[in-house]
Design a protein around this ligand. Sequence first.
Ligand code: HEC
Ligand code: HEC
Ligand code: HEC
Ligand code: HEC
Ligand code: HEC
Ligand code: HEC
Ligand code: HEC
Length: 330
Amino acid sequence: MLASWRQTIVVLLLGGWGLSAFAGGDAPIDTATIELNRKANEACYACHSAAGIAKPPKAGLDLSKLKDSRLEPPVFNPSDHGVMDCRECHSKTHYNDYPHAEAGKTSTVGCTECHAAKVLRLEPQFNASVHAKVKGVKEKFTCFTCHDPHINIVQKRLKDPAKIVAQDNHGCLECHNSSETFAKFAPEGEKTPGQKKARPDIDTIHDWLPNTRAHWKSVRCIECHTPEVAEAKMLSHEILNKEKAEKKCLTCHSANSTLKVRLYRHMVKDEQQKYGFTNSVILSNSYVIGATRHPLLDNILIGLAGLTLLGVLAHGAVRIIAAMGRKGKE
Ligand code: HEC
Ligand code: HEC
Ligand code: HEC
Ligand code: HEC
Ligand code: HEC
Ligand code: HEC
Ligand code: HEC
């Protein structure tokens, strides 16, 4: 009784979150429960996996649909949610039997119901994003659009920058590098009413950036397309438009690279814990050039410095000549 009163009060305090906030939480799960959950999930893999499709436990299953909903334990288990029972998100009751109850389709638990605190912090950023501003796009854009709850692994556990970049950029490139997927979300074109806006080519947009493909492999879209957050635990979810996005090379290619508090943040933190201070291991391993030496960037920078020097000299020369001219008149 007391507990339920307390819950009611908390629900009132949480206001809009409603009762569903108690569908689950994101507290760490103990080892014994994890084992039980993984055992329970085997019932789902009997159909929802490559092995299940190869040897269906029942005749007459829609195998083409199953092909699109495959999950494999080696991928799911190490993911952020790999410790959970599938039914914690997919309804406790509707998936125990096959055919699944129709109601299952609409009872998937949303991120907010377990991650209320994080969502509360990031929702205003999400709502300020480019994707939340375009009519026809914002209605279709949800947390699942970028986050695959079956696969994704949080940055602080992935650690390796190459893996973090691959995972996070996959979310963006899935649309911005595929006309087919882009068309599913794109608004109508201004000049082509009734027709979807064509996808601007991702490399052409960024043609001011040398070797874009190398950049897509070693740096995330969100590095340039989200605002600076000084001491935040996670990057902002506000995706910036082309006017506001970062264009300056030195933001990354310098000893004071922004990547230290973004992409390499967890490496820096580990280093600090291990050595008690942040030394230059990350930078001297040349994760980012400019912090160390690199011939091409050096040449660009020397070139820029050279031009500046020429400018100064020319300016000086003009002044000297002008002064001499004035002296001559006197
Ligand atoms: C039914 C509850 C539930 C739902 C719904 C849910 N999560 Fe989780 N999530 C968890 C639990 C539990 C963990 C922690 C597992 C562990 O490590 O013990 C977690 C972990 C995470 C982590 C790792 C966080 C960290 O700091 O370790 C991320 C990121 C995450 N979830 C994102 C999402 C997103 C995005 C969605 C929506 C697509 C979502 N979650 C939906 C329960 C949920
Ligand atoms: C006997 C095979 C079989 C088993 C076991 C099975 N599924 Fe399915 N599931 C399917 C098929 C086939 C579909 C494709 C849609 C359909 O035919 O209903 C599907 C669809 C789904 C969908 C998509 C939404 C929907 O309702 O169509 C979800 C989610 C799902 N299953 C979750 C689960 C979970 C969770 C488990 C384990 C608790 C599980 N399934 C066990 C065969 C199975
Ligand atoms: C943290 C929550 C969460 C967990 C745990 C989870 N799922 Fe899902 N799953 C989702 C969400 C959310 C969607 C819907 C994505 C969408 O609407 O685009 C989904 C979609 C699906 C689908 C539909 C096809 C697809 O891939 O989009 C199937 C099948 C499925 N899940 C099966 C499973 C099975 C089997 C497990 C356990 C091994 C599992 N899920 C664990 C959240 C979860
Ligand atoms: C446009 C793509 C996109 C959308 C939409 C999106 N996210 Fe994210 N999210 C990301 C990326 C990329 C990261 C990794 C950034 C980072 O390192 O902090 C991330 C990180 C996260 C994290 C992990 C932060 C941490 O380190 O603990 C959580 C939790 C999260 N998102 C929840 C959500 C929720 C909830 C929604 C829906 C309201 C959502 N996201 C919508 C792209 C997206
Ligand atoms: C599901 C598809 C999809 C995903 C995923 C996606 N986008 Fe988009 N994005 C769109 C669509 C559609 C538009 C609107 C296009 C328009 O109106 O020109 C858009 C617009 C944008 C714009 C605005 C362009 C401008 O006019 O200034 C930027 C920047 C952008 N996206 C970056 C990203 C980044 C970064 C990510 C990953 C974190 C991402 N997008 C993920 C579909 C997607
Ligand atoms: C080095 C920083 C940087 C990175 C990394 C980056 N962008 Fe951009 N992006 C920009 C800037 C700056 C602009 C504006 C360019 C202009 O106006 O000339 C832009 C423009 C865009 C646009 C606007 C297109 C239009 O309508 O003109 C989209 C969409 C976009 N970027 C998506 C992405 C995606 C997706 C990724 C990751 C694959 C990405 N960007 C990576 C800096 C970056
Ligand atoms: C958001 C951070 C970021 C920005 C902004 C950025 N870069 Fe990079 N750049 C990187 C990273 C990370 C790499 C890959 C690691 C490395 O080689 O040091 C890279 C690689 C390079 C390379 C080597 C590519 C190759 O062929 O291997 C060159 C050249 C380069 N950048 C030049 C530039 C120039 C010029 C600009 C400005 C127009 C710029 N970068 C803006 C992060 C950035």
